[in-house]
Write a protein that binds this ligand. Sequence first.
Ligand code: NAP
Length: 199
Amino acid sequence: MNSDKIGLMGGTFNPIHYGHLVAAEEARHQFNLDQVIFIPSGYPPHRTPRSVIPAEDRYIMTALAIATNPYFNISRIEIERPGPSYTIDTVRAFREMYPDSQLFFITGLDAILEILTWRDPYELVKLAHFIAVTRPGYNAECLKNLDREILDNVSLLEIPGYAISSTLIRERVAQGKPIRYMVPEPVEAYIRKHGLYRQ
Ligand code: NAP
């Protein structure tokens, strides 16, 4: 399928939660995207392997979470590519697969603030427009260290009530607290069934 405007939703998704889903849906609506493809990282280059559960579990939970949205799809591209999951490799691959489409890379503002430490950031922002998801009360000061070449290719997307984080979910599971209504039910069931994030 060759869509005109494709959102690439990159993240560790450790685990996926309603904040991610609301963000993807809002990005789809505001930027008029034809589809949003979730791309769980295989081996996130900026993290120690021990802090992240296996990619296959994160992939399955993401697939469960998006199953009912006809505009959402998922890709195994980063899971199947050996070595660290550099976003530039992913975006180049999508550019080749969809040469005529406009690409949008959606991720958290905190992640984008570090973009100058990523591989080939200037090429990256030429290949895809970046949508930085942020929480209410965001202040433009945060972006002051990024130069014009990057900033011209980054849009902010403020998500109301986006206070849930993967860290919060992991901590709550470890403390035996409920995560119902923070993640889709099948994701909660998967976490319980496989005893994920207990410590
Ligand atoms: P992160 O540091 O875990 O996330 C930073 C913040 O953004 C967190 O608050 C996170 O919330 C939020 N977030 C992450 N993905 C999001 C999304 N798609 N929509 C809304 N909020 C999101 O960042 P990460 O998830 O590991 O990495 C984000 C993306 O950047 C991934 O695709 C990763 O591969 C890419 N990246 C690439 C490089 C590189 O190429 N060298 C380096 C770093 C990151 P939660 O914790 O709740 O998710």
